[in-house]
Design a protein around this ligand. Structure first.
Ligand SMILES: NC(=O)c1ccc[n+]([C@@H]2O[C@H](COP(=O)([O-])OP(=O)(O)OC[C@H]3O[C@@H](n4cnc5c(N)ncnc54)[C@H](OP(=O)(O)O)[C@@H]3O)[C@@H](O)[C@H]2O)c1
Length: 293
């Protein structure tokens, strides 16, 4: 049986790492995984996790999705000279009142989440098209399906990814290439640690009006609660990826956390949107009443 060649971005931690380990440890040895990361000095955790798996099921490659050259160099290192399954997973969060975000940081987020995803797909699409076969899987987010306060730029990036994937999916079915978004709610990874955010004592943040700051504090508590109560493990997400990979007829969207679906459904059903906006506001700001200063 010819092994399926899988390339995954952002494998130094979290979802990318778990998926790489899960596929490399496949008992049938069905996959050859190219686990890519922007800083290969971080590969130790991944290597520790695959210890004991079959030999030759994983190679680690350097790939920074913001660096076109590194994508092309990684592509050239693939021994099989093809990728059957491309997983665009690398991503970074950004939180905080919009008015404090610098253009530079906002650009970096869009650069990784949007252009990084597009660049990676661009590099592997011609090969898939030529072979009339392939899978593109992308780590999506609830933040790409509905807006979340204090996540405006992150949501913009993830909404953009939805648009890219949905548009491509329509075209690529003519090439027998399937595009799937794995839509995640909160997942216990390094995402929160890696999240870009203004420091609480940052001067720009102290200049924000008191009402916004109070709502921001309330929202941060809501996030903590969501991660405590509803977060999934990266291994659970890897299983959803596997479901998509194994499907003969993969869906465009897989929702990993059914607990979050009612709000998404409410959004789609809302006629003028205002009821949905009120419901979301209640959801994110109700657990701790933001004090009117
Ligand atoms: N965790 C959640 O709650 C959650 C929810 C919804 C969606 N997601 C999405 O899930 C994906 C994976 O995140 P995660 O939760 O697994 O968080 P994570 O543990 O922080 O992993 C993110 C990965 O992306 C990599 N990365 C960042 N910038 C990169 C770049 N320029 N080039 C290549 N790799 C880069 C990171 O590498 P470094 O180690 O070098 O930084 C890391 O390997 C992201 O797209 C995120 O938006 C996460």
């Amino acid at each position: 049986m010819e092994r399926l060649v899988v390339l995954i971005t952002g494998c130094s931690s979290g979802i990318g790492l778990s998926l790489a380990v899960r596929l490399a440890a496949d008992p049938r040895g069905a996959y050859k995984v190219y686990a890519t990361m922007r800083n290969v000095a971080k590969k130790e955790r991944l290597m520790e996790c695959v210890k004991g798996s079959r030999k030759d099921t994983m190679d680690v490659l350097q790939m920074d999705v913001t660096d076109q050259q590194s994508i092309l160099e990684a592509r050239d290192m693939i021994k099989e000279k093809r990728v059957d399954i491309l997983v665009c997973n690398a991503g970074v969060g950004l939180i905080g009142p919009l008015e404090v975000q610098s253009l530079e940081v906002m650009r970096q987020i869009l650069e990784v989440n949007v252009l990084g995803t597009i660049r990676t797909i661009q590099a592997f699409l011609p090969g898939m098209k030529a072979r009339r076969s392939g899978r593109v899987l992308v780590t999506g987010s609830v933040g790409g399906l509905q807006g979340l306060p204090f996540n405006e730029v992150y949501c913009a990036s993830k909404f953009a990814v939805e648009g890219v994937c949905e548009s491509l999916a329509i075209l690529l079915q003519h090439f027998n290439i399937h595009v799937s978004l794995i839509e995640c709610g909160p997942v216990n990874t390094n995402f929160l640690a890696n999240l870009r955010r203004p420091e609480p004592d940052e001067e720009t943040l102290t200049r924000v009006d008191p009402r916004t700051r109070a709502l921001y504090d309330t929202y941060l508590q809501h996030c903590d609660e969501m991660f405590q109560d509803a977060a999934q493990e990266a291994e659970d997400i890897a299983e959803v990826f596997l479901e998509a990979i194994r499907s003969q007829s993969p869906a465009l969207r897989y929702y990993t956390n059914s607990a979050l679906l009612p709000l998404t459904t409410l959004k789609l059903a809302a006629r003028d949107g205002s009821q949905y906006v009120k419901s979301m506001s209640q959801f994110v700001f109700s657990s701790h009443k933001a004090q009117e200063p």
